[in-house]
Design a protein. Structure first.
Length: 151
């Protein structure tokens, strides 16, 4: 009798899991990644995020989706050895959100919990530092101004 009950429980669990995954098939990739993260399926969540970042549909994401994706990437970085890579991609998402609609981005980011606002501030600072590094350095000596005999 005990074995029969365990068998029924196992069948019910498998059936329920099949129903929930079928219901999730209509979810967006971001929703699937968030769901995978919530269920501690970090590798699955990372794979979905990577496909969103590197796929053809990155430019189709709106400001809210880009913000959510950046925060998910930061959280995933806390559970992997790829924190630096995830942070760089998260910064890319925040930069894209700002360039798409800075007013909406500000509104969305103000409504985030304080912990997530801190994450966004870090990403924004990284983007600002990157832009400063990429600015032309006016103190640099052009390579073509140095004679060969001076090397």
């Amino acid at each position: 009798m005990k074995l029969h009950s365990l068998l029924l429980l196992a069948i019910a669990t498998v059936a329920t899991a099949g129903c929930s995954s079928a219901a999730n098939e209509g979810d967006s990739p971001l929703e699937r990644a968030q769901n995978a993260y919530v269920h501690n399926r970090y590798v699955r969540a990372q794979t979905i995020c990577d496909s969103m970042l590197l796929g053809d549909h990155f430019h189709d994401l709106d400001v809210c989706q880009l913000t959510d994706l950046s925060l998910l990437l930061m959280r995933l970085g806390e559970h992997s050895n790829d924190a630096d890579i995830n942070t760089a991609f998260a910064a890319r998402c925040i930069k894209a959100a700002w360039s798409r609609d800075s007013d909406s981005a500000k509104t969305i980011m103000r409504q985030l919990p304080s912990e997530d606002q801190g994450r966004v501030m870090i990403l924004t600072a990284l983007n600002e530092a990157s832009e400063r590094i990429n600015e032309t350095d006016t103190t640099a000596i052009p390579a073509d101004s140095i004679n060969d005999n001076e090397l």
